[in-house]
Design a protein around this ligand. Sequence first.
Ligand code: AGP
Length: 606
Amino acid sequence: MCGIVGYIGPNNAQDILISGLSKLEYRGYDSAGIAVGDGACIATRKKAGKLANLTADLEHSPLPGTFGIGHTRWATHGPPNDTNSHPHATENGDIVLVHNGIIENYLELKEGLLERGHQFRSDTDSEVVAHLIEEAYAGNLEEAVRAALAKVRGAYALVVTHKDHREIVAARTVSPLVMGVGEGEMFLASDVPALLNYTRQMVFIQDGDMVILNDDGYRITDMQGHPVQREVETIDWDAEAAEKGGYDAYMQKEIFEQPQALSNTLLGRLHDDQGSVELDIELDPNSFDRIHIVACGTAYYAGMVGKYLLEQLARVPVELDVASEYRYREPVVTDRTLAIAVSQSGETIDTLEGMREAMRGGAQTLGIINAKGSSMTRELDHTLYVHAGPEIGVASTKAYTSMVSAFLLLALWLGQQRGTLSKEEVARLVHEARALPRLISEALSDDRLGRVRAVAQKYHQARDYLFLGRGVNNPTAYEGALKLKEISYIHAEAYAAGEMKHGPIALIDEHLPVVVVATESRLLEKTISNVQEVRARGGRVILILSDGDTENVQHAEDVLYVPRCDEMISPIVNAVPMQLLAYYTAETLGKDVDKPRNLAKSVTVE
Ligand code: AGP
């Protein structure tokens, strides 16, 4: 899941490529590189490590030219080093390319090329494609790329240039690619935020498309060379949305954007006057008997809350799976199954393939998705956008609370439409949900921030953490543990609080901080008895309590209060102290919060 960019036009290509890569670094930061053409040759510069290493190098000797390509890498084939960095060129340097994805048959292709005398510099699968293009090249770059790709199996967004052509040829299968249409200039990138500084006119390149960019504009064809029309869409995100806006990190900014993000998720869907919910999807609420939720990582934990809400409010049986298992477990799917994909990026390959598996079984499909124009939104029957805006921090925050809010809306709507919820109960929960943006703002108040930061600093040396929750807040514990793991690298586990005594309780001693979600709930008493089991073994209890709960303070070494709210909406509010605990712990440990090691924002390879 690398980030790729391309530019052709009258302006300095280096600046535009670097600016684009800086907005894509969340996709991978093992190395970065650019190649710029000045009409005579294509000059390449690449450096292992973060983009800053490359920009420092370019400061000394910039690359002149007004067209070029760029790449920021998440290593799959070959360790992160200068040689394996993209762009990759043929031995004579005539053909230069960048690639995001995996060439599955690259070894057999490479063997054939080696037998035919080609020499390789890197360990990557991507370099093989440059040599295949060289073999097919007879003066027409577009045709050479098409011929080369006919031999390739796998996933790719590929951008290619040739020293003799003021032209960029790109192609896409599986890995995302968007084209930006400017005034007399053209742009390419893996994702929209990279181009928002230059244009909001975007064309989402689809599987099997080839794009040819030059100074006259662009052409799109299929893999056989037939012309293809694609819509130019105007993106309603502005460039500022993709900036840090004065925050220390995108993750911090996105945590504080949650009140606005949730307002956007609820906008036009809650009708307080009628006490009802209306969704902007064409789904027939009685067209299915069973729901399958399929997702990965944080999106999976949003799905976990979704299962509770859909079963309790809409009384529909729900199966929940991590996508990488679902796609190979031959799930029992019928045409009365609704398969729901949950995804911030809309590109996660395991989730996409999981949905294709459900579609093969005849299921109807719905996406709860943030990223506009993403692959899932194009393939699934219905999309319930969560409207959280661009999320750049690798650790997902506002997309999580927006995805859970979307599940709340879906469960309320289904309960209302299928008659499993009374009009009064729908109206009551609509009223509760309406308060979410305010409740999140309160959860982000200065005094609460100070408390969380103090707790984070107190335990930042901990080797392990345990997170516990029950009922609809069991997933909150899992999300809390994931956030801490992702950005502080502290080992953290989560369990259903009632499950702890069946094994994990053995982990507890006076060195283990144990975060327990114990907000207002019909299971609070049960949760508190689990807390006492932890205390009895010397565990360091950090309790998440509802405002005004002074009775249970006695059971904790540290307390983090959250605004009091209804149990059904509490997972959204309770996610905030989890996000902040992870953020301040990583900050105290001096970690790169936005670009945690080994991770990338959207996982487009298996
Ligand atoms: C969450 O912080 C991580 N970035 C990761 O677990 C993520 O949730 C997962 O890769 C799914 O991504 P998606 O929502 O874009 O499909």
